[in-house]
Every structure is written in C-alpha cells, then in structure tokens.
Design a protein around this ligand. Structure first.
Ligand code: MOS
Length: 755
C-alpha cells in the first residue's frame, strides 16, 4: 500500500545522523541509490496486466472548432482498440468547466468540439501498443474551422483582473507615489518584457489508471495528492477514499503538477471507456498547452530617488495574460512589496486574454519575472545616482517590510550581501560599465541581485508510531519532486521521535496517507515537516505519560522536570543518566506500539504579526563577445538565508537549481509563440533553450546562518524557489556592466548587445 523506501543508509548519512540531531546534517539522499540504479519506479514505469496505451491527438489551431475527425481510419488501424472523442467520452459527474473555487482550474476533457488553445486534446486513441495508439492518433487527420487567435500581450482587450497570484489585490498602494516621483531628484522609468516559459520537467505528465470495481487505482506524479484525489473524486462522482493515487517520485514538477491536469483525467476516462488499465504519457510537445506555463509579462517600473539615492517612490506595474476561459494572473509586481524601503509604493496590474492554455504556477511564480524587472530597475537607479549597485541596495535596505510596515520574522539579508560579496570578490568593481576585459578581450561584467521569496505554511497532517521493537514509523502523503523530501522529512521525523534516522521508516507518496498539503510555494518542508514534528511529539508525550506514571520506570515522577527523547530512549531532562528505552516502556505497558497524530497548525499561530520571507544576494559575472554579442555566465555566487537548514546537501542543490534557472531566465529560456497561429514554435527540448552543462557557470551557494523564532517551531523557511529570484537580475545587471547596454527584454537577445 503505502510506499516505504527500502533504505540503506550510506556510511556518510548514518555517521552524521548518529551524533545528536538529524536536522541540520548533510544526510545523503535516502532515495539516491534507487534513483541512480533505476530502481525508483515513476508513474509511467507501471505496467499492470491487460494494460492498454493511450495517445492524445491535440489541436494544431489555437482557436475555433474541430469540424471533422477520421475516426474510422484510426479505428481501422491494427492494434487500435477505441477512439475517444466528445461523441463517446464517458460521462463525468461534474462539468470540467465548473469552478467552485479560484484554484480549481478548468480542463479540456473532450466536452465539445471547441478549440481554446493550440495543443488542446481533441481525441484520445487507445491501442494495444504505444506505437499503434500514436499511429492511430496521426490518422485522425482533424479538419478545423479556425478563427484568428489572440497570441501575444499586444493582442486583445486590456482589463484589470479581480485578483492576482493567490488572491492579492490587483492595485495596492502605500504613500503618495506620484508625489514621490514628482519630487524626486533621480527618476527611472523603464519597461521590461519577460516571455512565456513552459515547465520542462524531465518526467512529462503521465498516468496509469485502472478502474477496480467502483474505485480507481492510479499511478501519476502529483505535487498535491489530496487535492488531486478530491478533484478526481468530484469529476467521477466517487468518494475520495475510492481513489488511490501512488506518487512516490516525480521527475520534477516546478508547479505544473500542483493541480491535476486535463490529460491525467483523460487517461482515467480512457480506462473507463475500454474497461482496461490505460497508460497515457504526454509527449514533449504536448507539454506546451494543457498543463500550464508561466505567462508572459510586460512590466513598467517607475522609481524616484532623492539626491542621496534614497528611494522616494516605487511603482511596479505588470501586464500579463491569462487564457480566455480561466483566470491565473502572474503576480510579478508583488515582489516590490518586500525588498526595498520606500515611503511610497504602488503595485498594479492589468491583463489580456489569449487563446492559450491557462497559465499556472511555475517555480517562483510572481517573484521570478517580478524580480528580474525590479532588480534591473534598481540597478538602473544605482547607475543614475552614480552609486555601486551593492551600496545602493544597502542604502535602500528595508528594516521593516515596506508595504505592510510589519517587522520581519527574521532577515539576514545584510549578512547575505556581505558574505556573498566577499566570496565573489565584489570589492574593486569599477563603477563604469564596459571597463573590464579578460585576457581574450571579452567584455567582463559583474552584477548583483536581491533574492526574496515568502516563507509560507499550509495545512498538513502526519501520523507517527513507535513500535515495541524500538523502530519508528512516520506517515504523511508528502511529495518528492527530486528536491529530497524523502530525506528531509525522515530527518525531521527522526528528531521528533528521538531516534536515529535508520530506525525510522518514513512513508509518503500515497493518497491514503494523511494529507501533506501541496508541495508548492516552497512550503512543503515547513508544512509537512511541522505536522511530522507534532506527530512525533504526540507519540513521545504518550510514552512519557506511560513511563512517568509507572513506579517501575526510572522516569517515575519525572513530572515537572520532564523528559527528552534521544537515541530510542526517554531520559530525565534534569538527569540524563536516568532513563529507559522506548521498548522497555512499551513492554511493561503490554503495548505493541503507540501512535500520535500531528498537524502543521498544532500549537496555534505564532505570536505577533510578522512579514515572513527568505532572502538572498546573488552575484554574477558574465563575459560578452564584443563582436558577436554572445554572452556567457561565467561565475555565480549566491548567499541565502532561509531560517533553519534541515539538510545542507539538499538545500544547496535547491539553491543551485534555482540559480541555474535564473541564468536560464536571463539568457536562454523563451517560448516562441507564432503571433499568426498562437502555436509555440519551439515546443521541444531541442529548440526551447534551457541551460546545458556548457551554459552553467561555476556556481556557489552559501548557506547564511539565520534563526527565525516566528515562522514555525522548527524555524524553517522555504528554499525551493528563492534561487531563481535575484539570480536572473544579477546576470542581467552583469550584462549591462560588461557592455554598457541595458537590455530590457528577456532572455537577452544577443543582437541587442552588438553595438
Ligand atoms: Mo511551485 S511553482 O509552488 O511548485
């Protein structure tokens, strides 16, 4: 049922774990061996008996209707079992266009012949083999009645959305921005364009679905198992308990697997139609449409500063796009609420509707595109004030959150600037651009960017058990997208139970387990981790009760002094020589095990009202060919402070991954949308540029110490997304410093650098 990893701790992992606290140790990934030997089974690796294979046919137009499909040709193809179209698609209990709350995204499940975006599923062919299904889908030869699509931010009618991001106001202000700009000595007004980006997780969306009587057995990658289960149950009129989803490993998610997607449901419908288990895996190209993307933005920054360079006003306006049929608005301006002190700040939005799949969360949604614009504009202001960009950021350092006026729960950003700058060797950077060259004559530039991401917490549950044999079991339906959740949670579980990590079986990745919330918003470790922490504490409290109330126990009457759990023993807090093993306590009580439950919200909200964010400073070096404009990021140093670090190995790799995405944002990544057809022209990993090894510079991530007494009892902030922020801006600013050319379009086109 539940997934438990067959763990063999590496020597390194265990050695660290045995001495004291597991949290904070660089424990080797528990699933590492499974991954590198290929033993880890991903959704599409499952082949239940009787499996049939489904292939989607997707629209080649972005707007219109499907006027005809050659279903007969596809059905006549050897091996094809059935062709699912709006004519025979099994009934759903819920309209896939119904919307009961803002984060229930509309799906295209063959409800009619409308085409709302390119790559929309328009039929599913089910066959005995993947080849037959794929060939059958090709034989459908759809005819369309096509209409002209709206494809870019320049198309369509502009409106102000009701809310952006996860419910932020579309217009928010403190102070008098216009007065601040009017009275400023220095002004910057600049517009920055960021492109649509598509999630390119190594593992495409996939599902193996099998109807078992009235229930469903599913293998599919999910960043939100309980939500996926609820949505499936709703769509098929089932009780949630009738749906079992296994998702032990994800080959990346980046937000695109946070919500159940239409193609996953099509796999379930196909299984129902043919009465067999069905596997449906998206092709690379099919990832560009029905499973979300990062929307393009056009951001206008208006900044004012006084004679000393202090900001007098910040206005951050974002124009973005959603689909024609649903709402998701990239909250790019909101980063300006947090980073730089200013007496007047305004963030505003408007949007257009495009014939595109609905945009969605993508790693550092909002902050990633928002921070590249803000960090560029701040750099422009530093230059206008004749100041070093790092000194400029320190001058405008926010001691309290500028927009809300709240104190920060913790903020070691100054230390990030200092440690990062020292390590990078920022001192001695010439102020003027285009003044450094390397021995080959390449232009060299150095840039800095501030990283920030909210420290969020959601709701999660966990269950913990200590057995008479002294082993612990901790269960929560958590998700490992590759970030190392299996390991970090096992560390938290071990500490909460007072056990060595190899004495803990950690179970996750299954919808039958307690709801671990969503692996998103960089909040998974804090959220599910706190549920684990409280579940463990509940077990230990139960054991302590048993021991302290039993006069045969050395802990009898420990009462007020209390006990601590360590190494499988309960010890008197005031005299650690007195104690006994968990096994002894359970033995005497005649119990096989004790159980405890925990929730992320146990213990209630922390006292006080704080602005909670992780912070960082990223320093970048680029080299630019003065003749060709070719840019190479050569060196990045990021220093990040994110509260307590559960596992420095894993956290470092999250930061590095984020920084690589920052390089990608600044220099490589862009969906090229054909304005005539609304199709993505580079819908594959060959033409959609993400950094390859040769593009990744020397990278260093510094883990800056930070204690946060307010975010949660463990002091954990998120680390998954912050690395993207700051890094992109640092690279862009380094390009300016190398060339003297300020490019406000991302990724920076090399032709803009040939002067
Ligand atoms: Mo992340 S975009 O919250 O998976």
């Amino acid at each position: 049922m539940a997934e438990t990893l067959p763990i063999r701790e590496t020597a390194q992992g265990s050695a660290h774990a045995r001495h004291g606290s597991n949290i904070g140790q660089p424990v080797t990934r528990r699933d590492g061996e499974l991954k590198v030997t290929g033993a880890a089974r991903y959704a599409a690796d499952h082949r239940p008996p009787g499996l049939a294979y489904a292939a989607m046919a997707v629209s080649t137009v972005a707007r219109g209707r499907v006027a005809g499909l050659d279903v007969a040709a596809a059905k006549a193809h050897p091996g094809v079992i059935e062709v699912m179209t709006p004519a025979n698609r099994p009934a759903l209990a819920q309209d896939p266009d119904a919307k009961h709350h803002p984060f229930m995204f509309r799906m295209d499940l063959l409800q009619n012949d409308r085409v709302r975006y390119a790559n929309q599923p328009i039929a599913v062919v089910i066959a005995e083999t993947l080849e037959a299904a794929t060939e059958g889908a090709a034989l459908l030869a759809p005819r369309y009645e096509a209409e002209a699509p709206a494809a870019t931010l320049a198309d369509g009618e502009v409106f102000v959305p009701r809310a952006v991001g996860v419910g932020s106001p579309a217009d928010l202000a403190v102070g008098d921005v216009e007065a601040g700009i009017a009275g400023a000595v220095h002004r910057v007004m600049a517009t920055y364009d960021t492109p649509a980006q598509y999630h390119n997780a190594m593992e495409p969306h996939a599902i193996v679905a099998e109807w078992t009587g009235d229930g469903l057995s599913i293998d599919t990658p999910s960043q939100g198992l309980a939500m996926a289960r609820g949505r499936i149950a709703g769509l098929f009129g089932l009780k949630p308990e009738a749906v079992a989803i296994r998702s032990p490993f994800l080959g990346g998610g980046f937000g695109s697997k946070g919500m159940l997607s239409g193609p996953q449901v099509l796999g379930i419908l196909a299984a129902r139609l043919v009465g067999r288990p069905v596997k449906l895996v998206l092709s690379r190209a099919q990832m560009y449409g029905p499973v979300g993307h990062r929307a393009p933005t056009r951001q206008t920054l208006r900044l004012g500063a006084d004679g000393e360079g202090r900001l007098t006003a910040v206005h951050h306006h974002t124009r973005t796009a959603s689909s024609r049929f649903d709402d998701f608005f990239e909250a790019a301006s909101d980063v300006s609420h947090t980073v730089y002190a200013s007496p007047a700040i305004r963030t505003s939005y408007d949007a257009v509707r495009l014939d595109t799949g609905t945009p969605l969360f993508m790693r550092a949604p909002g902050e990633a595109p928002g921070s590249i614009a803000l960090e560029s504009a701040i750099d422009e202001m530093a230059a206008a004030c004749g100041m070093d960009p790092l000194a400029y950021r320190l001058l405008n350092y926010a001691e309290t959150e500028p927009m809300s006026g709240k104190p920060f729960s913790s903020k070691a950003l100054r230390a990030c600037y200092e440690e990062g700058a020292r390590r990078f060797g920022w001192e001695g950077r010439p102020l003027a651009p285009r003044t450094m060259r390397d021995e080959q004559g390449l232009l060299v530039g150095w840039g800095v960017g501030t990283a920030t991401f909210p420290a969020l917490m959601f709701e999660a549950q966990a269950r913990a058990v200590i057995r008479r044999d002294g082993r612990g079991i901790v269960e929560t339906g958590a998700h490992d997208m590759g970030q190392g959740a299996w390991t970090a949670f096992a560390q938290i579980a071990a500490d909460s139970l007072g056990l060595d990590i190899d004495a803990v079986d950690f179970r996750a990745g299954h919808s039958d387990l307690p709801d671990a919330g969503i692996a998103g918003g960089s909040a998974h470790t804090a959220t599910a981790g706190m549920a684990i922490h409280h579940a463990g504490a509940a077990v230990i409290a139960r054991l302590a009760e048993l021991a302290m109330g039993d006069e045969r126990s050395p802990l009898f009457g420990a009462g007020n002094a209390g006990v601590v759990a360590r190494g499988g023993r309960l010890l008197r807090r005031d005299d650690e020589t007195r104690g006994e093993t968990f096994s002894a306590i359970l033995d005497r009580a005649g119990l096989a095990e004790v159980e405890g439950k925990g929730s992320s919200s146990d213990g209630g909200p922390a006292a006080g009202d704080y602005a909670k964010h992780a912070h960082g400073a990223v320093f970048a070096e680029v080299k630019v060919d003065p003749d060709l404009g070719q840019v190479r990021a050569t060196r990045l140093v990021g220093a990040f402070a994110a509260g307590r670090i559960v596992n420095p190995h894993l956290v470092r790799s999250q930061y590095l991954g984020g920084m690589i995405w920052g390089v990608s944002f600044a220099l490589h990544e862009k969906a090229v949308v054909d304005p005539r057809t609304g199709r993505v022209l580079n819908a594959d990993l060959g033409e959609y540029h993400v950094p390859v090894n040769a593009d990744v510079p020397s990278l260093e991530a510094i883990l800056v110490a930070e204690e946060d007494p307010h975010v949660n009892a463990l002091g954990i902030k998120g680390v998954g997304e912050i690395g993207v922020t700051g890094s992109a801006g640092a690279v862009a600013n380094a390009v300016w410093h190398a060339t003297g050319v300020r490019v406000r379009q991302f990724p920076i086109p090399i032709e803009a650098l040939i002067v």
